[in-house]
Design a protein around this ligand. Structure first.
Ligand code: HEC
Length: 127
C-alpha cells in the first residue's frame, strides 16, 4: 500500500513538472508586462554589470544610456548574449525580455516611463 502511495505521488509530481513549462510558454506570446516589471528584473539580473542607471559598464558592458539600439536589437542581445554578457533566453521568458528591454530604453531617456504608460496611449488618440 505504501509503495502504491509513493507511486501515485511520483506520478502526479511528474505530471506537474512536465505540464508547468509548456503552459507558461503559451502565455508568453500574448502577454506584455509593464515596464515596472522590467525595472525589477533589471535590478536583479543586469545591475551587476550595467549599474543601476545603466552607465557602470563593467567588463566593457556598453553604457546603456548611450545605446542607440532599437528595441528589437536590445531584445536580440539580451536573449542571445554577447561578449561576457550571457544569453537570457533560458533565464527569462520572452515577455520578461521584452519588459527589461523596454526598461533599458527608459534608462537612455528614449522610451516610455513606467508612470507615463497610460498617458502615452491617451495622447495617441488625439493625433
Ligand atoms: C556579466 C555582465 C553582464 C550582465 C549581467 C548583463 N550584461 Fe548587458 N552587456 C554586457 C557586456 C560586456 C556588453 C557589451 C557586449 C559587446 O558589445 O561586446 C553588454 C551589452 C548590452 C547591451 C547593448 C548595449 C549597446 O548599445 O551596445 C544591452 C541592451 C544590454 N547589455 C542589456 C542588458 C540587460 C537588459 C541585462 C539584464 C537582463 C544585461 N545586459 C546583463 C555585460 C552584461
Amino acid at each position: 500500500m505504501k509503495a502504491m502511495l509513493s507511486f501515485l505521488i511520483l506520478f502526479f509530481v511528474t505530471i506537474i513538472a512536465c505540464g508547468g513549462p509548456s503552459v507558461s510558454e503559451e502565455g508568453d506570446e500574448a502577454e506584455t508586462l509593464p515596464v515596472a516589471m522590467g525595472e525589477k528584473l533589471y535590478n536583479v539580473h543586469c545591475v551587476i554589470c550595467h549599474g543601476k542607471d545603466g552607465t557602470l559598464g563593467l567588463n566593457e558592458a556598453g553604457d546603456l544610456t548611450a545605446s542607440e539600439m532599437t528595441l528589437s536589437e536590445r531584445k536580440g542581445i539580451i536573449s542571445e548574449g554577447r561578449g561576457s554578457m550571457i544569453a537570457y533566453r533560458r533565464i527569462l521568458t520572452r515577455a520578461e525580455i521584452d519588459a527589461v528591454a523596454r526598461y533599458t530604453k527608459v534608462l537612455s531617456g528614449k522610451g516610455e516611463s513606467s508612470e507615463g504608460e497610460e498617458m502615452e496611449s491617451d495622447t495617441l488618440e488625439f493625433q
